[in-house]
Design a protein. Structure first.
Length: 160
């Protein structure tokens, strides 16, 4: 072994040298960093879509809860919800049910009439559900897209 060091001194210097170590470490960690950045970007897109979808549902229910006239305007509620998130292909559905303010149920069905509640006022429960699909930037084996993100807002509207 001692003879080999004397015979090949350049090999000994090469084996003891640290030059190029940083390049090897960078080459090994760069793909991992790239995958992490793509994952963070994808997570950000999904989070943004979820915020937009929830906000659109709240906008629709806020419009509908303004008065007894707007609570019956299902097309207007859907338009306000879809206009709140114009960059998404958003769908909005409107649901209505009724209850008496004293927590007794209506006798005429899910939407109360003014004559249904004799001892209290009629409350309409307005529900706006929104949904949008998001297609991932890259496909990951075992995880199929597109993903559907939903939002929901519920508000009581008092009938006078």
């Amino acid at each position: 072994m001692h003879d080999m060091r004397l015979k090949y001194p350049f090999l000994t210097r090469l084996l003891r040298s640290d030059s190029g170590g940083a390049m090897v470490e960078t080459a090994l960690t760069l793909p991992l960093l790239f995958v992490m950045l793509l994952g963070a970007g994808e997570f950000g897109r999904i989070a943004y879509t979820a915020i937009e979808v929830s906000s659109a549902a709240r906008a629709g229910v806020s419009y509908g809860a303004q008065s007894t006239t707007t609570v019956t305007d299902s097309a207007g509620i859907q338009k306000v919800a879809t206009d709140d998130a114009p960059d998404l292909n958003l769908t909005a559905t409107v649901g209505k049910s009724g209850i008496c303010a004293d927590n007794t149920s209506c006798t005429s069905g899910p939407v109360c009439k003014n004559t249904d509640c004799t001892s209290s006022q009629v409350e309409t429960i307005l529900t706006v559900t929104t949904s949008a699909s998001i297609t991932p930037m890259i496909t990951v084996p075992g995880m199929k897209g597109p993903y559907t993100v939903t939002g929901r807002a519920v508000q009581k509207v008092l009938k006078n």
